[in-house]
Design a binder for this molecule. Structure first.
Ligand SMILES: [Cu+2]
Length: 225
């Protein structure tokens, strides 16, 4: 991984991830260049022109503008963020449903599709082989088809965990006794990694998530066999 990549967010595999990335860049631009940059610049100009020191006692225009302008800036951040939040709720119809249960300290998955019942535990690989990612590869990865809408139901068997996939722009808490839902749709094949994002105990760092997106033929042969 180059330094350029490690400075930025991970490559996205779905439209939610792309939207999250765009919103991140947009809000960063607003914050850095408009809020910080403009205010700093204007104060410097005002200060060097002597306005702050000599002539300034009160200004209705200034008071009006430093109330209204930040309001519009906050609106310009809040409105797209609300749109994004509803967009992340996802579609109402799904091709497949995957259930992810958090445990101390592994994930277990269930899938009941096409008359096939799959359930397995997914532990971090202790001994990595060549080509594996240390602390990220698991013994049983989840195989899913790409370009398909997948609903992920998330819960926990013991304490709070969090099912997070940075390259999908999604994260949901796994709460015992409660079912959370995520929508996941990869637009390209490949392996996606995530980790538990809730401090859940001594081995919290060692419960990675590994999804592999394949085409439907490979998915069906993996499920049926
Ligand atoms: Cu956890």
């Amino acid at each position: 991984m180059t330094m350029y990549n490690s400075l930025l967010l991970q490559d996205c595999y779905n439209n939610i991830g792309v939207e999250v990335l765009l919103f991140h860049d947009y809000s960063l631009m607003v914050l850095v260049f408009i809020l910080v940059g403009f205010l700093l610049f204007s104060v410097m100009i005002l200060n060097t022109s002597g306005f702050l020191v000599s002539g300034y006692r009160s200004s209705e225009f200034l008071e009006f503008s430093w109330t209204v302008v930040p309001g519009f800036l906050l609106l310009s951040l809040g409105v797209p963020s609300l749109f994004l939040m509803y967009f992340m709720e996802g579609a109402t119809k799904y091709d497949l449903t995957l259930k992810a249960m958090g445990h101390q300290w592994y994930w277990s998955y269930e899938m009941h599709e096409f008359g096939v019942e799959m359930s397995f535990d997914s532990y971090m690989k202790g001994d990595t082989e060549v080509g594996d990612y240390r602390l990220l590869d698991v013994d049983h990865r989840v195989i899913l088809p790409y370009l398909s809408k997948i609903r992920v139901l998330i819960s926990s068997g013991d304490v709070l965990h969090s099912w997070a996939l940075p390259s999908m722009g999604v994260k949901a808490d796994a709460c015992p006794g409660r079912l959370n839902m995520l929508s996941v749709m990869s637009y390209r094949p490949g392996s996606i990694f995530g980790q538990c994002s809730e401090i859940c105990g001594v081995n919290h760092s060692f419960m990675p998530i590994h999804l592999e997106f394949v085409d439907w033929d490979n998915y069906l042969s993996a499920v049926v066999s």
